[in-house]
Design a protein around this ligand. Sequence first.
Ligand code: GLU
Length: 304
Amino acid sequence: MPSPKATAVAVFIALALTASACSSHSETANGRLAGVSDGNIHELPTYFAVKGVKIDSPTLKRAQKAGKLIIGAKDDQPFLGLVDADGKRSGFDIEIAKMVAAYLGFSTDQIEFRTVDSRSREAAISKGDIDLYVGTYTINDERKKHVGFAGPYFMAGADLLVRMTDTEIVSPQSLAGKKVCSIIGSTSLREIKKPKYGAMTIELSKYSKCVQALLSNEVDAVTTDDAILKGYIAQHPNKLRILEQPFTKEPYGIGMSKADKALREAVNDAIAVHRGNGDTRKAYYATLGLSGSVYPEDPPLERY
Ligand code: GLU
């Protein structure tokens, strides 16, 4: 006999497949058709709240009682986690958050998104200010001392953004004496501070501020994950370029309370289900894929 969990997963897949077959959505993450003609469909999937998945998680019990799931995210990263002028959130991370919430039994309108920047993530999770965090959050051992991670759901790598007119920065090895901007609390800043690069670091609170500093010649380069930089290129296509020489590995995880192992397992199950039914791929092409990048290989889930 299939376990109740397996049955719930099967029902979920069936519902999701029916939904995508009947879906009349033609909206992209930007709220309009992007006109990208690469043979992929750039439409957001619909995710359904599912009853019947039993998860013995203290975080979820609290969220169920409150009738909402509080998810931390970024607000200035186009294609990943962005808040537009109308206050609407869009991006691949936002879609990952919605699909995970659906698996956990929360509809999209039962999610309360809160903006949490890189430097405040561990504190926001540990204090219980947010239930989950989905925002280009690299899984690493240092962070695992403070928070739990499900995933990875995506693999990025640190790269460099420079002005289109720049001819001097051709690789991470040409940063000696250059002003490189990144943000406090990020793995990117930690990496670029290593003496081997010889860079002068400018440390701000948000990547969008680094991009402004690059556009106004206050810094020579911005470093963070290639996935994030692609979004800024889309905003300034004739002014900025990315080196396309990733020099680190950044596996993106979903952050949560370190103590809540049941939630970690359930979120890993949610990632697996939505990979399996094609939602993740579809969501990618409606968000990050608008940058022209191809859906990458799914990194294996780290179940610990
Ligand atoms: N993925 C890196 C990190 O988690 C850089 C992006 C970010 O700051 O969110 O630190």
